[in-house]
Design a protein around this ligand. Sequence first.
Ligand SMILES: CC(C)=CCC/C(C)=C(\C)COP(=O)(O)OP(=O)(O)O
Ligand code: MG
Length: 409
Amino acid sequence: MRAPDIPPPRTGPPTAAFPAPATSSTSSTNSGVERILRGPSGLGTAALHLVRNENQPTSPAPRTSPDDLPELPESWDPSAAPAEGTPVPGLYYHPVPEPDPARVEEVGRRIKAWALDEVDLYPEDLEDQFDGFSVGRYMVACHPDAPTVEHLMIATRLMVAENAVDDYYCEDLGGSPIGLGERLLLAHTALDPLYTTSEYVPPWTRSLESDAPRRGYRSAMEYFVRAASPSQADRLRHNMARLHMGYLAEGAWAQEGVVPEVWEYLAMRQFNNFRPCPTITDTVGGYELPSELHALPAMQRVIALAGNASTIVNDLYSYTKELASPGLHLNLPVVIAEREGMSVREAYLKAIEVHNELMRDFEAEAAALAAVCPVPSVQRFLRGVAAWVDGNHYWHRTNTYRYSLPDFW
Ligand SMILES: CC(C)=CCC/C(C)=C(\C)COP(=O)(O)OP(=O)(O)O
Ligand SMILES: [Mg+2]
């Protein structure tokens, strides 16, 4: 079990002064971090491990327990019956404790009120689909250190708004690659406001109310900005721009009927990616990873690997759903089968291997960074990203309303 290797987050001021921003690109992970920290002195680093020891068994081990995650809700019940759903055989993942049912219920109640009444995101006939998405369970599982339900709501609104954009603009609910660039750009102004002359402000303001995705983005971002620092807000805007760029590449390939090479697909999926979600873990946790530490190349690598592993989890669990959707829906098994001439089963198994390697790389890079960067916000952020990765897997595995596994075993 890996969890005891991870020290609990310390409260109180950091023991090392916060560093000045890095002024030049780093030649290696460690030298960059050391420069930022003015040398990793003071705290021992031996205990800071986020990965399993070499000789630990490969079977999944829980990462989280009441002892190694901060500020668990009072109603925590580790003996709660496990949710259903079969894990993808051979997948490297970490089970999580069942999310607190009281929090799940309250987040579920508040998010439905927000989505249906406050921003009018979905019509009533899609209520079942909304419930089936189980976003309360998703977000409570992904953010075990959120101090309050209101903190969880920050993540939950964004998750729902992001999925509405995907549904309405790109996929199931009338989405199309035609005109996608325009739609995404205009919706992006709900996150990153237009600054223009007074004549053009009113039509822009009205446009933010003109469709569900924009209403969702505008409101979710407003709540987020209230809780976030300016640099956390800017971090999210940057990650959302990355996401939109990924949607555009996916849309372009769909429009042209192109199946990209595997590495090209992986590049697209690094942008059309869950990254915006784990990277708000500090805002949702009620603290801030300073921007100069977030920007470290080593931190960016950890974040990208975590996002990529989480997103390939989606490709594996949503494989049958996407096979059943109209047209050819790209995902990693489909692209590997097509481009590497494999059977769909072989390709699916190879996609599992790709995921597992990404996941192990994420953990190794996170451990390396944790070892040289004994700053409380860094430690907690890395743990938060890891908790998000595990919670994301939990949600995909247990969301049998939405996903089912192929019959390859
Ligand atoms: C929540 C968020 C930032 C999502 C961004 C991109 C996205 C919708 C995914 C990574 C999920 O992938 P996909 O579009 O394939 O979703 P489903 O398989 O339809 O659940
Ligand atoms: Mg999918």
